[in-house]
Design a binder for this molecule. Structure first.
Ligand SMILES: [Zn+2]
Length: 142
């Protein structure tokens, strides 16, 4: 399998690619933990360019609005929902990475002998959920 070039990932993050290219990249990110980590790293480095037009912000907001609050989930929505979840997990991951909690979670996940075929994204999701549960418990104890 050919890995994604960093330039393509950047273009993807900047939403600067053709729709079919976008789905190719998303399919690869789903399958390839290496490129997914690379992608997370790039998001981490990425700071919104303040010189970007307002149109960009509008477009982004529009995407969130069309993707987020849908009650009637058609089968074709499932994939988008999944990607949205990945997006949320990715956001949390970045926060956790920068605070060092992520490292702790990876170690923690490693101790729990999960099926080795589990995709990294799922591991991150599980770790994130476990972390959130832990936070809730702590709140409850106080
Ligand atoms: Zn790859």
């Amino acid at each position: 399998m050919e890995h994604l070039h960093v330039k393509r990932l950047r273009a993807y993050i900047h939403d600067d690619i053709a729709p079919e290219e976008r789905s190719n990249i998303e399919a690869h990110l789903d399958d390839c933990p290496d490129c997914f980590m690379e992608y997370l790293g790039l998001i981490d480095q990425w700071e919104p360019d303040l010189s970007l037009s307002e149109d960009f912000t509008d477009k982004t907001m529009e995407q969130w609005q069309t993707q987020a609050p849908k009650k009637h989930v058609r089968p074709s929505m499932t994939r988008k929902q999944t990607l949205l979840h990945y997006g949320v997990a990715a956001g949390l991951t970045i926060i956790l990475m920068s605070t060092g909690v992520f490292q702790h979670m990876i170690e923690w996940t490693g101790k729990h002998d999960e099926p080795s075929g589990m995709p990294l994204t799922e591991k991150i999701m599980n770790s994130t959920n476990a972390w959130l549960d832990e936070m809730k418990e702590r709140e409850g104890n106080e």
